[in-house]
Design a protein around this ligand. Structure first.
Ligand code: ACO
Ligand code: ZN
Length: 180
């Protein structure tokens, strides 16, 4: 079965909460996920592997001070361990940043633990640069890097082969199913 990217729907909530708890120490309430979904549904995506959600990304569009451009903020991204290194996170980041730009964001930023080598490499591959280090950002005292990049993405990033992941955002799978 093929792996597609599609928008999050309410039916995915329990699985996304599970993936978040399984993969990251930063956990959120169900209402936080739903609030982001209701505010920025275009930028809350999941990877669906033949009906099984294996990864998510959720983002927010933020307006800076008066006159400053809108910014996309990647709040959280995670891929279940057994599905890593297949390009899923890369594809989710690309599609989320396209959506953020379509929502008017002129740059994208995120926080990442300074020890999180896999995530930092992913973001560097996507053209992010470390902007600054925030001491004691996380609850356990670890520092964060703030990484950012301008939008839109360059063609070189957009056109990188997606390793079997179909490009673009697919419609939600029908809950009833059986129509294919
Ligand atoms: N070591 C080194 N580089 C890596 C690694 C790794 N373990 N994982 C990814 N990369 C880099 C590589 O350059 C890779 O390209 P390549 O495979 O061609 O070498 C590139 O990132 C793309 O990798 P993907 O396969 O797209 O990444 P994956 O789907 O495995 O997901 C992720 C990466 C999200 C960091 C995953 O490891 C994960 O879920 N980790 C736990 C949760 C987490 O740390 N999330 C990020 C927190 S910060 C935030 O949410 C804003
Ligand atoms: Zn944040």
């Amino acid at each position: 079965m093929s792996l597609i990217l599609r928008r999050f729907t309410h039916q995915d909530l329990a699985k996304v909460v599970y993936i978040n708890r399984r993969c990251l120490p930063e956990n959120y309430s169900e209402s936080f996920f739903m609030q982001l979904y209701r505010s920025f549904p275009e930028a809350f995506l999941v990877a669906d592997d033949g009906g099984d959600v294996v990864a998510y990304i959720m983002c927010r569009v933020e307006r800076g001070f008066f006159g400053s451009p809108k910014r996309g903020h990647v709040i959280s991204i995670a891929v279940l361990p057994q599905h890593r290194r297949r390009g899923i996170a890369y594809a989710l980041m690309v599609e989320a940043m396209k959506a953020l730009h379509a929502l008017g964001a002129e740059e994208c930023y995120l926080e990442v633990r300074v020890s999180n080598k896999p995530a930092i490499s992913l973001y560097e591959k996507l053209g992010f640069k470390i902007d600054r280090r925030v001491h004691g950002y996380y609850l356990d005292g670890e520092d964060a890097y703030i990484m950012r990049r301008k939008l839109p993405l360059e063609d070189e990033i957009l056109n990188r082969p997606m390793r079997g992941i179909s490009r673009g955002i697919n419609p939600p799978r029908s809950v009833e199913g059986g129509n294919e």
